[in-house]
Design a protein around this ligand. Sequence first.
Ligand code: ATP
Ligand code: MG
Length: 775
Amino acid sequence: PGSGPHALLEGLNEPQRQAVTHAGSPLLIVAGAGSGKTRVLTHRIAYLLDERHAHPGEILAITFTNKAAAEMRERVETLVGPRSRVMWVSTFHSACVRILRREAAHLGWKTNFTIYDSDDARRLLSQIVKDAGLDAKKNSPRWLAAEISNLKNELIDPEQAIAKADGAKATLVADIYSQYQQRLRQAEAVDFDDLIVETVHLFRAFPAVAQFYRRRFRHVLVDEYQDTNHAQYMLIRELVGHSGGEVEPAELCVVGDADQSIYAFRGATIRNILEFERDFPDAKCILLEQNYRSTQTILEAANKVIRHNGDRGREKNLWTAQDDGSRILGYAAENEHDEAGWIAKQIDDLTDSGKATFSQMAIFYRTNAQSRAFEEVFVRRGIPYKVVGGVRFYERKEVRDLLAYLKLTVNEDDTVAARRVINVPKRGIGDKAVSCVDVLADRESISFPAALRRVEEAIGVSPRAKGSIQKFNALLSEASALAADHPPEVVLEKIIADTGYLEGLADSRDPRDEGRIENVQELVSVAHEYTERTLANAELASAAERDSLSEDELAALDANSSEIEPTVAGFLEHVALVSDADQVPTAADEGGVVTLMTLHTAKGLEFDAVFLAGLDEGMFPHERSKANQKELEEERRLAYVGLTRARKYLHLTRASTRTIFGRPEFYTPSQFLREIPGELIEWDSPDPLSASKGIGSSALGVKTRTMASFGQPIVMKEPSDVPALDIGDRVSHDKFGLGHVVELKGSGPRAQARIDFGGGEPKWIILRVAPISKL
Ligand code: ATP
Ligand code: MG
């Protein structure tokens, strides 16, 4: 080591070096978790720039999240300096947005098309279902969205879907798909899947455009390749081109791990990794077998679990030079509160003994709902934490309202946005006026907002509503004019002022509106930050570009200056592409916090200490997957992802009872626990795998144990301390703050209250357990 031809190759093992220096044919790196795939990708980029004199503009690197992209860019920057700024390191979606904005004219689109997120898409679908007079219960927007997404991921367009529909259900889906696309186009909008599909379509329909990007991107690198779906795979193939084409194919390098493929439900397919070599016959394949992340014990547990899967592709022998490390610590809890309490105690012990900091610890669970129990305990014990996912900032009502206004300033045909805010804040435009405008839109085949602008022609709208609609139109057109040459925070502030949005909230006596004012302020700050960052980046990028670009390249760059100017469209795009995983705190976050997240979000990350909670049949593996071998194998890959995130300390927990919808449910230990060799786990409780054999035969035995669990000191109040509540009572909750009771059920130890804390649905609270008091 250290004798390599280049400093970048130090700290890499032999196959890693080969992967970094390989030139020419496509390169596939398949390797187990923690074997340095992401590290190889980063070093390869640096090597391309430094040793092979590639221009940063020639590199396109695809990562799974925006956050991963930012980290990779940062790492490359420390290796090669600010030149790296002009590189395209992004998610599939961000890269496609950039391409589509630039090439919008080819598709007959406006540059400022709107991106519908999944909530917008579902609203549009429920509108379609309603207009078609279909039963909304049987045809839920969620289900339709998933079906349509599957079709898009397979690059099947509405006509093809109709042609190949082989039953009533498929025909219905195809039909709605077709209407959905029409309405998207009418609203000048695309959904997430369209970003990929339309880029593929663009390249196929306009060979000259494809050539342009093939000439530009001479190196294409893809991380987490196992989770690309068919459409994304075809996009890569289009970008790379083929030999015999006008442009030599780009150098392609993909890294992935078939054992970590966890997005089959989104259309990701292992097929892409298994068949890479078939599609690229001259591809070189490199295996990385040394794991640098985890101790021997952790790695063995993960290897033993994944071995139970049948369909695994290439045989792998992952090993580590590290020693055994600590044994895995297990805890079989009585219930979810006991489980959370035990984990909190371990976290305290780890920090007290200096073994790990808060930011180096994470708790993983299968579904978002499981975070609740942890939050309650952590708040009480003062453990700083952050829940990734759940109800996100950008999903809050007030934030979405204001974003809808912003969307209308860049795309005046955005139907979903217009419907959302036409009467928000209230301005006297009722359902009747709206349906009259709908009739006009239908008659004239124009979008809903276009019909609003022609409200004069609508029949049956009251003069008062008409006046309000005209004011609404005027407000939007002023804001749009401002948006043409002002950054988003300025436009946002005008909208807030002109609509009187804050006054409405401030006058309100509803306690939850207080938090909403803060959210509105936060949104303005986010816009402001976006502007600052864009300006700073643009400055750096142009300095770096000017150092290294030819005259022609500079001219091309300047012609596309929208990318380096803060605009409302740019801000909306930034917001639309933020994903759950982008919220994972970084080590630099002040003080450090413990991260709580679902297993799906944990991909690619690593932590000194990991807690994998809820290892119970029906929780994980998830109930849904139990009947189906394929889905069970996907759950097992998810377990493999979770286990392999840990560097030094791994903890596995389960609970024999959990309160689900206010009722205790019994659970047996997860089969994944059984798949880990017993000697690797040390139980800080009776071993649930041997204990359950003894108790399992007697239903009564289980019951007694469960009743005993209600005596847990951490969470249970004395019956006399349980507050007696009536509907309308005001209460204070240690975590959720002030609220009022809207519904009651149960009595004694089972008493529950549904409490409205503002922001989101009212919550069911079990009074005996909750840190709550009556005001
Ligand atoms: P995953 O499958 O989870 O995405 P990965 O294969 O991408 O993992 P990395 O995240 O790149 O693996 O690397 C895992 C850890 O091992 C990182 O902390 C990385 O810095 C370290 N590592 C990788 N290769 C080496 C090496 N040759 N020497 C020392 N440390 C290494
Ligand atoms: Mg990785």
